[in-house]
Design a protein around this ligand. Structure first.
Ligand code: ARG
Length: 288
């Protein structure tokens, strides 16, 4: 059982700034991942209600949420994590692998440009923060299903940071943010690296599992059952972890380490193959 009194004081929430998109046009009209079944009915009003609960949970815990206007005919635009990757006020746009989402590329880049970010137009195919995760000073970058390996080189050149490539092997976990949660992305005091993650080992090939085990010996390894309910598609501010209520073991593991799970149910958005993190793009730096 958790021992909160021992750990809670060590977990510090950091104020985040997120970009979200209200799922006013959400539906599943095509299938580009194993979760999407166009024959299955979707309930847009329910998607909006669930999304609103996530939005409100962020705001209540002190985070700033920016909104991009949803575009009719782009039902996946709610998954803003795929809209770009932003560090230090510089926004790398995306180039979707899948044609169905290419119409989102320009609206996202225009939003970044209009909000004081320096926009870099991408050359290689990649799907933004869905596949790129900042952990401390390092960017973990996924490939295997959507983002191509060459985009990792481009990423390193654009941001001048170390990029660690990881290969996804299970089609259900086709973006990196479905298989890794960044729990504590900040550096600790005195140069101590506190950045830590949780991940789903079975989503990665052997070499990537070796890299993850070596770099993050203290990581939470999440069960296949919690992975299968998109438990890893979670957002953390360093203390609160916004996570699916169905990922029960993961929540217990988080509590045992002094994090505070904040359950948010996005079951309707899971019909499109997305969850909490998919609906959340972190805006780092840039003018207000
Ligand atoms: N239907 C979307 C797609 O397949 C879901 C995207 C989920 N986003 C994410 N960051 N994992 O592209």
């Amino acid at each position: 059982m958790p021992t909160p009194h021992e750990n809670l004081t060590t977990r510090v929430a950091q104020r985040r700034r997120y970009l979200m998109c209200r799922p006013e046009h959400f539906t599943v009209s095509y299938s580009i991942n194993p979760w999407m079944e166009p024959s299955r009915p979707t309930d847009t009003a329910k998607a909006v209600r669930q999304w609103q609960a996530l939005h409100d949970a962020y705001v209540e815990l002190g985070h700033e949420v920016e909104l991009i206007d949803p575009v009719p005919g782009l039902p996946d635009m709610v998954y803003t994590a795929n809209g770009g990757f932003i560090v230090d006020g510089r926004a790398l746009g995306v180039r979707f692998r899948v044609d169905e989402r290419r119409g989102e590329e320009r609206p996202f880049m225009d939003w970044f440009d209009g909000h004081g970010f320096e926009v870099v137009e991408p050359v290689e195919v990649q799907e933004g923060e869905g596949d790129f995760l900042l952990v401390g000073d390092t960017i973990l970058a996924g490939t295997g299903f959507r983002s191509v390996g060459d985009s990792h080189r481009e990423l390193a050149a654009v941001f001048g940071r170390e990029v660690v490539s990881l290969r996804l092997v299970d089609p259900r976990f086709y973006h990196l943010d479905t298989a890794i949660t960044v729990l504590d992305p900040v550096e600790g005091v005195g140069g101590v690296e506190r950045a830590n993650i949780a991940y789903l080992p079975s989503a990665f090939d052997e070499e990537s599992r070796r890299v993850l085990a070596e770099r993050y010996p203290d990581a939470i390894q999440v069960t296949d059952a919690d992975g299968a309910v998109f438990g890893l598609n979670a957002a953390s501010d360093g203390r609160h972890v916004f996570v699916s209520p169905r990922a029960t073991d993961f929540a217990a593991q988080l509590e045992a380490r002094g994090y505070v799970p904040v359950p948010v149910d996005l079951s309707e958005l899971l019909l499109g193959g997305g969850g909490i993190k998919c609906c959340t793009l972190e805006l780092r730096g840039g003018a207000r």
